[in-house]
Ligand binder design. Structure first.
Ligand SMILES: [Mg+2]
Length: 183
């Protein structure tokens, strides 16, 4: 059960994920979380470094789709400005949103996909249920929704267990994404 919350990789933020590293891992497509991964939940646009990173990923031939548990105009605008498709109201960790996101990706199979998100209970669990590789990044938010604050408490308990069982990629978010649990 615990392994369903165990990310394959960790990195402090998306802009620190080296694009050559993605290619080396055979990543052809990314399912990217919006809130607190690409941009803080209370901001209308991503930081330039993150927007740039998405553009560079695309330029490297890796496709990107946004998958958010929110939706509406904000998601639409970001999707348009970055030129990437988006799936809103994704209901992560349920599989439907992930499956919808996959339809936008030109991949041979789930092995070429990397999910990136900031929450173990939605992004990581949802990805692992579908046997997709997943990277856990540090949340961009300082203040979060009340519900998210609650789930963060559960998340902290989970992290403790994962670390104890050796199921959390090494070290505290290591600088060069040289993740310990690579396989
Ligand atoms: Mg998020």
């Amino acid at each position: 059960m615990l392994h369903l919350f165990s990310p394959n990789y960790r990195c402090p933020s998306i802009s620190e994920i080296p694009i050559p590293w993605l290619s080396k891992q055979g990543v052809k497509a990314i399912i990217l979380d919006l809130d607190n991964t690409l941009m803080p939940w209370d901001k209308p646009v991503p930081a330039e470094a993150n927007a740039q990173w998405v553009r560079k990923v695309k330029a490297a031939g890796i496709s990107v789709v946004l998958l958010s548990n929110n939706g509406g105009d904000r998601l639409k605008k970001v999707s348009e400005s970055l030129g990437v498709p988006a799936v809103g109201w994704g209901a992560k960790p349920f599989s439907l949103g992930f499956r919808r996101a996959m339809t936008f990706l030109e991949v041979k199979g789930g092995g070429e996909v990397l999910v990136i998100g900031d929450q173990l209970l939605t992004d990581v669990l949802g990805a692992k249920k579908l046997k997709l590789r997943v990277m856990w990044v540090e949340s961009l938010a300082i203040n979060e929704f009340a519900f998210t604050r609650l789930t963060r408490k559960v998340e902290r308990l989970l992290v403790r267990q994962l670390v104890k069982k050796g199921l959390m990629p090494g070290g505290r978010l290591n600088e060069n994404c040289n993740c310990a649990n690579e396989d």
